[in-house]
Design a protein around this ligand. Structure first.
Ligand code: SAH
Length: 218
């Protein structure tokens, strides 16, 4: 058996263990657990870090940015999808493209925004290699979303916002959800906003640590 096949088998096993751990940590949605079991997280990391891909920790992806921990990815996907498959989802902060690939198994189409051109190039390459073709990555400042693709079943924000702009809420479908880390300091609150007939209903989930949302394209 060759070297790559060996890695493939190891990662399949470690991915199953990761999913068991996510279940213990409280992730319930079979859709989300299945998506996490089927996206090879190690392929989004540089070789030297691949052996740590299935640990429950954020890891560096270059340009001073990080891939969120498996739990954070699973939790935000679960909060976003409400247990059912989605049509179209917006992600703000594509990074290496890992969460976009997971969302791509929960929705027919994903639009993912990333301000750093180098990360956009890498993420597009990784997704192409994996034959994932329902994720559209745009090299734009996503602070105010992407109205051209709206309305969305869900909007998942992967960088800390000082507050949730009304322009972003307006891009949700009725019943749709926005999931975002909100706060100005090192620690933020994971917030869920649901578009209800009588207004936007907000609730706080827990304290989280994300890299900040930054203005402009780099
Ligand atoms: N979901 C990613 C996590 C990436 S970390 C993953 O699975 O790897 C957050 C990302 O948000 C970083 O890559 C950062 O460059 C990006 N980001 C920060 N501010 C942004 C903005 N205004 N618009 C788009 N992307 C932004």
């Amino acid at each position: 058996m060759n070297y790559l096949a060996g890695i493939g088998m190891t990662s399949q096993r470690t991915r199953v263990r990761m999913v068991d751990r996510l279940r213990e940590q409280g992730i319930k949605s079979p859709l989300v657990l299945d998506a996490m079991a089927n996206v090879p997280r190690h392929l989004f990391l540089e070789e030297g870090l691949q052996h740590r891909a299935y640990e429950d920790t954020p890891l560096p992806i270059g340009e001073g940015q990080t891939i969120s921990s498996p739990f954070i990815v699973a939790q935000s996907c679960e909060l976003a999808c409400q247990g059912k498959p989605m049509e179209i989802v917006l992600e703000i902060g594509c990074g290496c493209g890992y969460q976009a690939a997971v969302l791509g198994r929960l929705a027919k189409k994903v639009v993912s925004l990333e301000r750093i051109a180098k990360l956009v190039g890498k993420a597009r390459h990784t997704l192409r290699e994996m034959r994932i073709n329902n994720v559209l990555i745009k090299n734009v400042d996503g602070s105010l979303g992407y109205p051209a693709g709206a309305p969305y079943d869900a909007i998942v924000v992967a960088a800390a916002m000082p507050y949730i702009p009304d322009e972003l809420k307006a891009q949700l479908k009725p019943g749709g959800r926005l999931v975002a880390p909100v706060g100005r300091g090192d620690v933020q609150a994971m917030m869920v906003v649901e578009a209800r007939p009588n207004g936007y209903f907000e609730r706080e989930i827990e304290a989280v640590r994300f890299v900040p949302l930054l203005p402009g394209v780099a």
